[in-house]
Design a binder for this molecule. Structure first.
Ligand SMILES: [Zn+2]
Length: 199
C-alpha cells in the first residue's frame, strides 16, 4: 500500500472502511475509480453526498424517504389495518420484494440486545404503540429476525401489545425451499415443526 501516492492510499483506506470490504478489494475498487472518467467519479461522490443530505426517515414508519412520508405510507392502495414490524429498512425491502404483503410497515431501527445495551427505549417501540393506539391497526405481523435478538424483540412487543384488541402474528420460519432436511439447523427445524400447517 505504501507504494501508492498518499491520495491513492487515502482512497483505499476509506473504501476499506466499508463493511465486507478487505484491503485487496479496496485496492481493486480504487484502481477502478482511477481508471474511470472524472464524470463517473463525480457521480459516485455526489450520490454518496446526496443520500447524506436528502434521505430522511419517514415520520410514520421510519423507512428511508426523500420526503416527510415515504412512498408506501403515501400509497392509498396499501392496507393500513395490517402492520409489519421489521428491524431495518433492508428488511422492509426484502418483504416488499416477496410481493406477499400489502400492508404498512414499522421499522424499529434495531432489535433488543441487553448485552449491547439496547433496550426498548433505544428502538422505536414507543412509536409503534402510538400507531397501534391511533391508527386503525387490526393485525401486527412481527417480522423481526429469527436470531436471539429478533426473537426477544418479537416476544417483548407481543407482550406489550397484548392489551390491545388486535391480532398479533409472527412470521413463520422454516426449511428453505429446495433445502435438504439434514442440512437444516435444529432451531430452524424446531420452528418449522412448531409452525406446521394443514395441507
Ligand atoms: Zn413510511
Amino acid at each position: 500500500m505504501s507504494y501508492y501516492p498518499a491520495s491513492v492510499q487515502n482512497l483505499i483506506k476509506n473504501i476499506a472502511k466499508l463493511p465486507g470490504i478487505g484491503e485487496k478489494t479496496a485496492e481493486r475498487l480504487a484502481m477502478h475509480i482511477l481508471r474511470g472518467s472524472r464524470q463517473e467519479a463525480e457521480q459516485l461522490a455526489q450520490s454518496i453526498l446526496n443520500v447524506k443530505d436528502k434521505v430522511k426517515f419517514c415520520v410514520r414508519c421510519f423507512a428511508l424517504s426523500d420526503g416527510e412520508l415515504c412512498r408506501l405510507c403515501s400509497d392509498p392502495s396499501r392496507d393500513p389495518a395490517l402492520l409489519c414490524v421489521v428491524e431495518q429498512p433492508a428488511d422492509m425491502v426484502a418483504v416488499e420484494k416477496s410481493g406477499a404483503f400489502g400492508g404498512m410497515y414499522h421499522i424499529l431501527s434495531g432489535a433488543l440486545s441487553p448485552m449491547n445495551g439496547i433496550g426498548p427505549e433505544n428502538i422505536r417501540i414507543r412509536e409503534l404503540i402510538a400507531r397501534v393506539e391511533k391508527d386503525q391497526v387490526k393485525e401486527v405481523v412481527l417480522a423481526t429476525g429469527t436470531n436471539v435478538e429478533g426473537e426477544a424483540t418479537a416476544s417483548y412487543i407481543a407482550r406489550i401489545l397484548e392489551k390491545y384488541p388486535i391480532k398479533i402474528t409472527r412470521i413463520a420460519s422454516g426449511v428453505p425451499m429446495g433445502g435438504d432436511l439434514k442440512y437444516v439447523d435444529q432451531v430452524t427445524l424446531k420452528r418449522a415443526l412448531e409452525t406446521r400447517h394443514a395441507l
